[in-house]
Design a protein around this ligand. Structure first.
Ligand code: PEP
Ligand code: MG
Length: 292
């Protein structure tokens, strides 16, 4: 075999023909990272911040959220940390909030701005302590991003008037609603993009993640998802693009994802070794390396 053994301790990899590929982790629970050596990652590609807010009381608790975000940034030691704003609703209910409404993700945040503002302040303050990026869930239209940016500007002014150290970090978005993926060139107000293939799948095939036979629909949706992702990557206009949906954690899909141009994968920590091996055994166009 011509390829060497995959490096076991880096989040910055190269395909067999030398293209750089970043491998980051998705974080679903606050203490999940403590056992992971940071050098095995390129950082955190997705923090599902829902774990920081498991009750309505947490949603109002700026200090608790700030401490959790700061802990993640400390762990990353200068690497990129992408914290997604609360994606509450749909398959992620919050008692006392989502019973009465079908709103989810950014729509819920904009409908309940008092919740978004608390999280915005915690993130603005945490941003001083590392390489933070803020990601917006379930963005559908460019106006969603504008509306959240307005909240960040206002909360930044408020913190400034109180003399609280803070910084507005890059603000990007999940690409997980088909209408947004089709129109990605219209999102001039987003600083980066990350594909959420879990939601793209369910909304493309008019299924639901909670449904018992969703796995079957999801499997059948793969060609449609790949075609949409390929289209959207071309519309990203040179902005940073990554994928954090479960498809990135499936070694059999890495070839297709490289072929559509993706060079940054974010996966559950237990997927790191298998995805690392898959990347280094392929060329940048997704073809298998000679001797593999
Ligand atoms: C996705 O939809 O692919 C995604 C990464 O977000 P979540 O699974 O948290 O909805
Ligand atoms: Mg999603």
């Amino acid at each position: 075999p011509t390829s060497t053994a995959p490096p076991l301790d880096s989040g910055i990899l190269h395909t067999a023909d030398g293209a750089q590929v970043l491998l980051s982790i998705n974080v679903n629970a606050p203490d999940e990272i403590d056992a992971i050596p940071v050098a095995t990652t390129a950082g955190i590609g997705l923090v599902r911040s829902e774990f920081a807010v498991t009750s309505l009381g947490d949603a109002a608790n700026e200090e608790k959220q700030f401490e959790i975000y700061r802990h993640l940034l400390d762990w990353a030691d200068g690497r990129s940390v992408t914290i997604r704003m609360l994606d509450i609703g749909g398959d992620k209910p919050l008692s006392g909030l989502t019973e009465m409404s079908l709103l989810r993700g950014i729509r819920l945040l904009l409908a309940r701005p008092e919740i978004a503002r608390v999280q915005a302040r915690a993130l603005l303050r945490a941003a001083v302590f590392g390489n933070l990026r803020i990601m917006l869930p379930m963005v559908t239209f460019p106006s969603d991003v504008d509306d959240i940016r307005q909240i960040y500007r206002e909360e930044s002014s408020l913190l400034a008037s109180r003399g609280v150290p803070h910084r507005i970090p890059p603000v990007g978005m999940m690409v997980e609603v088909p209408a947004a993926a089709l129109m990605l060139d219209q999102f001039e107000n987003a600083d980066f993009f990350s594909f959420g293939t879990n939601d793209l799948s369910q909304y493309l095939v008019a299924s639901a993640r909670e449904q018992a036979d969703f796995a079957r629909y999801q499997a059948h949706a793969v060609p449609a998802v790949l075609r949409l992702v390929a289209h959207a990557v071309k519309l990203a206009g040179g902005k940073p693009v990554s994928i954090c949906g479960d498809m990135a954690g499936d070694p059999s899909r890495i070839s297709d994802l490289l072929a559509v141009g993706l060079r940054h994968f974010s996966v559950a920590p237990d997927r790191l070794p298998t995805i690392r091996s898959a990347i280094v055994g392929l060329n940048a166009d997704g073809t298998r390396a000679a001797g593999e």
